[in-house]
Design a protein around this ligand. Structure first.
Ligand SMILES: [Zn+2]
Length: 117
């Protein structure tokens, strides 16, 4: 079974590298675009429109499971969006990795059991 073990440890290393690079950039939260009215009462946005936007807003569960969030300035939007994608990939990778951990542990336990017979 060495071929199978090799490809598994190769995949494992790939995942660990992906996790490290994604973790550096990851942003936690759900992006949404919003349109707002401004502080000028005579502005078009208070009348027939259109309103100002779109503004990128990131919402997330903070401490005590309270939903909170923040507006993202234009210059930071690309990095924030990339970070949100990195966080999604991170969760997938971690799930796959933890599944491998589990399989390895269970396989070793099985081997030990049959060696002790
Ligand atoms: Zn306005």
């Amino acid at each position: 079974m060495p071929a199978k073990t090799d490809s598994r440890s190769k995949r494992r290393n790939q995942l660990l590298q992906q996790i490290q690079s994604d973790a550096r950039r990851a942003i936690f939260g759900t992006p949404a675009e919003s349109y707002r009215t401004c502080g000028t009462p005579t502005c078009r946005c208070h009348g027939p429109g259109p309103k100002h936007g779109p503004h990128l807003y990131i919402s997330y569960r903070g401490e005590a499971a309270k939903t909170t969030g923040y507006y993202v300035p234009k210059a930071a939007q690309k990095s924030i969006r990339d970070g949100v994608e990195a966080w999604k990939r991170l969760q997938k990778s971690l799930r796959e990795l933890t599944d491998m951990n589990k399989q390895n542990i269970l396989e070793q336990a099985r081997k030990q059991r049959s060696a002790n017979k």
